[in-house]
Design a protein around this ligand. Structure first.
Ligand code: URA
Length: 268
């Protein structure tokens, strides 16, 4: 411990770093990355991009090693003939820096044959630890929301089952939103995921899922209206984390859930 730093301060600093996404000590001494930028011998590895947290549609980025990460993802996704192969391809994709800070690749949960596929934002701390989507507080609310219209991720019956994934499979550090560049490079895997699971309807949970699939944000305007993407109807609705913060929005989500239930009834 540094002289002058007491146990409580050291612990608070450590917890702060964990909250920012640090999960492992990789060197005895800290590296000053601001100085490292100026020193080419300490430059980051070639494959890293420098994503900016912009919400605008990203320009196609080429990495320093000449690789176009979107084309690379498209090729890997297209080569996957089924969901297990796609899960392997996602876990092996080397061009997204989110992967480096994550404990697990979070691919999906639920019944892949379900008529309804939910797309969230990305893993949080508990999802990263367990390798499954929506297992924290937001996930428990999600389960209750869909149970109210007779759907469950544990149902073996495809007509009452749910299949769940996220726009990005790795936890962004400190639970920040994925950047536009990250969403763009991971979108080919998401599109292939939808094609292989082939749900009858998709539910987009929140702005990040809408941006990834529809290329648009503005969840309060988008929600409640069916829109077509990847060859099937999509219903944008609020993310359960939004409802944990703003329970007064539950009325809107209940209306969206009833709309989904009515659509499924027409399909059966
Ligand atoms: N929020 C998400 O969008 N996805 C998860 O898996 C967990 C929380």
């Amino acid at each position: 411990m540094t002289a002058g730093m007491d146990w409580h301060l050291a612990r608070a600093l450590l917890e702060w770093q964990v909250e920012l996404g640090a999960t492992e000590a990789i060197a005895d001494a800290p590296i000053d990355r601001f100085t490292a930028r100026a020193d080419p011998t300490l430059a980051p590895p070639e494959s890293s991009t420098t994503p900016t947290p912009t919400r605008a549609a990203p320009a196609r980025t080429t990495l320093a090693n000449g690789v176009d990460p979107v084309s690379a993802a498209e090729a890997m996704a297209a080569a996957a003939p089924d969901l297990p192969a796609l899960a392997e391809a996602v876990a092996a994709y080397p061009h997204c820096d989110l992967r480096k800070g994550a404990r697990n690749t979070v691919f999906s949960d639920g019944n892949p044959a379900a008529r309804v596929m939910l797309i969230g934002e990305g893993p949080g701390r508990e999802e990263d630890q367990r390798g499954l989507p929506f297992v924290g507080a937001a996930g428990q609310l999600l389960d209750r929301m869909f149970a109210a219209i007779g759907l469950s991720r544990t149902s073996p019956d495809t007509s009452s089952a749910l299949y769940i994934t996220n726009a990005v499979p790795w936890r962004p550090p400190g639970n920040r939103e994925p950047t536009a560049e990250e969403l763009a490079m991971l979108r080919p895997f998401l599109v292939r995921h939808v094609e292989l699971a082939d749900p009858a309807v998709i539910v987009l949970l929140g702005n990040t899922a809408c941006q990834a699939i529809l290329g648009r944000r503005g969840i309060m305007r988008l929600r409640g209206h069916w829109t077509d993407a990847i060859g099937r109807p999509c219903m944008p609705t609020l993310h359960p984390a939004n409802l944990l913060r703003s329970p007064e929005n539950k009325r809107e989500v209940w209306s969206d859930l009833l709309e989904i239930k009515a659509r499924l009834r027409k399909l059966s």
